[in-house]
Design a protein around this ligand. Structure first.
Ligand SMILES: CC(C)(COP(=O)(O)OP(=O)(O)OC[C@H]1O[C@@H](n2cnc3c(N)ncnc32)[C@H](O)[C@@H]1OP(=O)(O)O)[C@@H](O)C(=O)NCCC(=O)NCCS
Length: 295
């Protein structure tokens, strides 16, 4: 027996921690920040649907009006599912959550339900799941920006034939060097637990380097910032992106900064930037993290 309800006070810790209850102070601190944001967005139409299966919380889904969704895409009059998560698969919970989002869309007179799925062999937000449940591809975003951006597709289920096709984020990143400093451009949002945790880590590591590092933050909670840069999550160090998919480990960020302080040197004969930054030819770091999710 599956019940779907709007998040209530008893569900907040489960949702705020992304089901990672009682795991760490870091996750709990993040949960507190996220819950403030989630509560604040309620009046703008955000709903968190919580699934109860046999009296136990079994998953949840965010439904956010497209005009306010920090994860993208951009558009009007749709309801976005940026993320849903089911603990025990195969009991119809995912389907029930999606159905609840569709009902929410109609309640709010939204014209479509939109999500971002992935055509990869990884568990993260599989496009196939949404297609099985009535979604279809509405755009091939190409350079769609996300931390798991390979083969991302925009999917939707239309409630009104006049629904506007949403537009995937297109990175508009421009590196602006600052003489004598390692520049960190940090794109993050409170909504995404992984992003929020990693942002906190980047701040702490950057602070260890004092004036040698210039950290600029771009928070996608602010619609103007998201629309301008069209990056919901990312860490750029001297213009190069580092990323792990999961929360950036402090050691990895530290190592990347140390490398940037030393300056990358390129030994490729064809390289036109033989010293300092070379976007194409810079060597991979010891952790190999540069190459994980390159723009
Ligand atoms: C994808 C997911 C939501 C499926 O949930 P679930 O409760 O197991 O799905 P359901 O039991 O409701 O399945 C409903 C239908 O979808 C199908 N389905 C489930 N997973 C599927 C998949 N990966 N691909 C294609 N179809 C899928 C089922 O076979 C079922 O089909 P049917 O109605 O024809 O019988 C779940 O596996 C999940 O949470 N994955 C991780 C999602 C994620 O990345 N979250 C982001 C975290 S930040």
């Amino acid at each position: 027996m599956i019940e779907i309800r709007n998040m209530d006070a008893t569900d907040e810790y489960f949702v705020g921690t992304g089901t990672h209850t009682d795991e760490s102070d870091e996750i709990d601190s993040c949960a507190r920040r996220r819950l403030v944001w989630l509560r604040g967005m309620h009046e703008k139409g955000l709903r968190v649907k919580v699934a109860i299966l046999d009296d136990e919380r079994a998953g949840f889904l965010y439904a956010i009006p497209i005009e306010f969704c920090p994860w993208g895409p951009l558009g009007h009059d749709s309801l976005v599912i940026p993320c849903l998560y089911v603990l025990n698969n195969g009991h119809g919970v995912g389907k029930a959550l999606i159905t609840a989002a569709e009902e929410e869309a109609r309640r709010q007179s939204r014209k479509a339900v939109v999500t971002i799925g992935y055509r990869h062999d990884f568990w993260f937000m599989p496009a196939s799941f949404f297609e099985t449940n009535g979604f279809s591809e509405c755009e091939q975003p190409g350079q769609y920006r996300s931390h798991t951006r390979d083969r991302a597709v925009l999917l939707w289920k239309v409630c009104d034939e006049h629904a506007e096709v949403p537009v995937g984020l297109r990175s508009n990143y421009k590196f602006r060097p600052i003489a004598g400093k390692v520049v960190i451009d940090l794109f993050w949002s409170t909504f995404c637990q992984t992003s929020d945790i990693e942002a906190q880590r980047v701040r702490e590591v950057a602070a260890e380097f004092g004036d040698s590092v210039a950290l600029t933050e771009y928070c996608a909670d602010d619609r103007a910032i998201l629309s301008c840069h069209q990056i919901s999550r990312g860490i750029f160090i001297n213009g190069r992106e580092i990323g792990w998919g999961y929360e950036a480990p402090k050691d990895g960020v530290r190592e990347a900064i140390v490398q940037a302080l030393r300056g990358w040197e390129c030994d490729s004969k064809s390289c036109s930037s033989p010293t300092s930054l070379c976007p194409e030819c810079a060597p991979t770091s010891a952790s190999g993290s540069w190459t994980h999710f390159r723009v």
